[in-house]
Design a protein around this ligand. Sequence first.
Ligand SMILES: Cc1ncc(COP(=O)(O)O)c(C=O)c1O
Length: 390
Amino acid sequence: MSNTERFISKRVAAVPPSGIRKFFDIAAQNPKVISLSIGEPDFVTPKPFIDAAKASLDRGETAYTSNSGTLALRNAISRKISALYDVTYDPDTEIFATVGVSEGMNAVANAMCDFGDEVIVPQPCFVAYTAAVQFAGGVAVTVPTSGINGFQIDGETIERYITVRTKAILIGYPNNPTGGVNSMENMLSIARVAEKHDLIVWSDEVYDRLIYGSAKHVCFASLPGMRERTIMFGGFSKDYAMTGWRLGYVCGPKTLVDAAKKVHQYIIMSAPTMSQAAGVAALEQGEPFVASMVAEYDRRRTLLVRELNNMSLDCFEPRGAFYAFPNVSKSGMNGDAFANALLAEEEVALVPGGAFGDCGRDHVRIAYAQSYEKIEIALERMWKFMRRHG
Ligand SMILES: Cc1ncc(COP(=O)(O)O)c(C=O)c1O
């Protein structure tokens, strides 16, 4: 142990490094590797959004904005949520712009968690959920879900994990890494439990527009009685192909938004100014771009899920986001062994499902945010692999 390690807080030392990064880094070093490991759109940000940022820079808008973000952006966010989900947020007091959902979640976790406070986190889930709670001094109480019902979660299951220390329930649908979408019935049962036990629901809706087939996104705050109990995290990274712009938002009741904004104000000041200009353009002009990206993701999803099932990698139909989460048990390996062997033997990078929670250990996450042609080549290589190992 180096003699500086003892200075690291127990809180931070206890959080393991992200299990995604390792595969991403190996893939990045070898140009022959096809990487379906990273949850990032392969599309370049649509031009009108880029132009809006350039115009903002050309106007000399290079200073901080209000801590909450520009009013133009907050108005556009408020209009979007009202038009799509019929929930009204006051742009002055109930919305603030963040450096992605990532920062928003950390601000909220810091604003709400005292040491030892518990947040219920169904898994498999985005790797940063548990870390955000732990960094804030809280305890992430993880709840396993299963592929049998598409990794959905209901209120009755969550209720079994509630204690006197529970403050919040953190859900993320459409889900990373499974692509699962929680049914309206399940969402309503979570709402009932939140009400019964006086809890806040943190709802990460960063993939709200990436929905396929007949599936519908349930905006948690739109459920009866839930607007006052929900912190909604929304973003631009996925729906609008804007990961590098680092922009997102938090919406919720004023008291909670004020507290989270206090953290944001001291840590961030304001989200990047030019990105906010791009964000307004995305919300105002983005529809055709979202529609065409969704259509292309859907084409890839159809190919991927069909072929995975054909090669005995059992995959339930993902209905949102851009991930498939097949069970790889029929290869005789768990997700970790499968991902390592596939990378070594066929130069295809995926992420072991265990990186998103122990209950995902027999799965791998495959991101179809990669061109159709590359997915086809990756599938050919996987067929070869499965002929040897299936
Ligand atoms: C479920 C989920 N939430 C949040 C994020 C982070 O989003 P942002 O880029 O807005 O910080 C990701 C990124 O992969 C994600 O998958």
